[in-house]
Design a protein around this ligand. Structure first.
Ligand code: GRF
Length: 201
């Protein structure tokens, strides 16, 4: 399977995917990394020909940027589009173009804590557990069908940083397990949760 990755930041989830592919643990290829931040570490994790970045503010309108991103991703001919720390909300046009093939990893146990600052909000709410979710992307933010989740305990004395690090350590195996299901054709947007029955993560 061909996977296009959208990323704005550090790219540790992208790296986990690249490492799993290199180790023969995920039968896929990363066909492009697309970023709104030309300086992001994520871009540096793939060879130059696979990098695409464009600064949204340099486009005349949001629609123009979204069209450029959509065309660039489409040109990589992906089977799956993975958002891994992509910090912009995707336009309806983008989602419609790739609907049913766009996955996002989000650092909370959805439907809790959609949006930003999830670790701080889990602490503020006194949650006993927190975690990460992989879900299908729909136009509404962090609201698409959840495919799989991994939970961690919230511990006494946790800060957003310590809790976030604990969550990140389960994000990578969660993401790889989900991508294995995706690339072997075992998940669809309609049957996201049902498809997991019998497949231990
Ligand atoms: C992860 O916590 C992911 O869940 C969230 O953004 C972060 C990206 O981290 N969407 P990285 O860039 O993959 O290291």
């Amino acid at each position: 399977s061909r996977i296009a990755v959208l990323a704005s930041g550090r790219g540790s989830n992208l790296q986990a995917v690249l490492d799993a592919i290199a180790a023969g643990q995920l039968h896929a290829q990363v066909v492009g990394v697309f970023s709104d931040k030309p300086g992001s570490a994520a871009l540096q994790r793939v060879p130059e020909p696979l990098r695409w970045s464009a600064v949204p503010a340099r486009y005349p309108s949001r629609a123009d940027y979204d069209a450029a991103l959509t065309d660039a991703v489409a040109a990589s001919a992906p089977d799956w589009v993975l958002c891994a720390g992509y910090m912009r909300i995707l336009s309806d046009g983008f989602v419609q173009r790739f609907r049913g093939r766009v996955l996002n990893i989000h650092p909370s146990l959805l439907p809790k804590h959609r949006g930003l600052h999830t670790h701080a909000r889990a602490l503020e709410d006194g949650d006993a557990e927190h975690g990460a979710s992989v879900h299908f992307v729909i136009p509404e933010l962090d609201a698409g069908a959840v495919i799989a989740q991994a939970a961690v305990p919230v511990q006494a004395g946790d800060t957003a940083e310590t809790l976030g690090a604990r969550v990140l350590s389960v994000e990578h195996p969660l993401l790889l397990a989900t991508l294995r299901l995706a690339v072997t054709g075992r998940i669809t947007e309609q049957g996201a949760t049902a498809a997991l029955d019998g497949h231990a993560l």
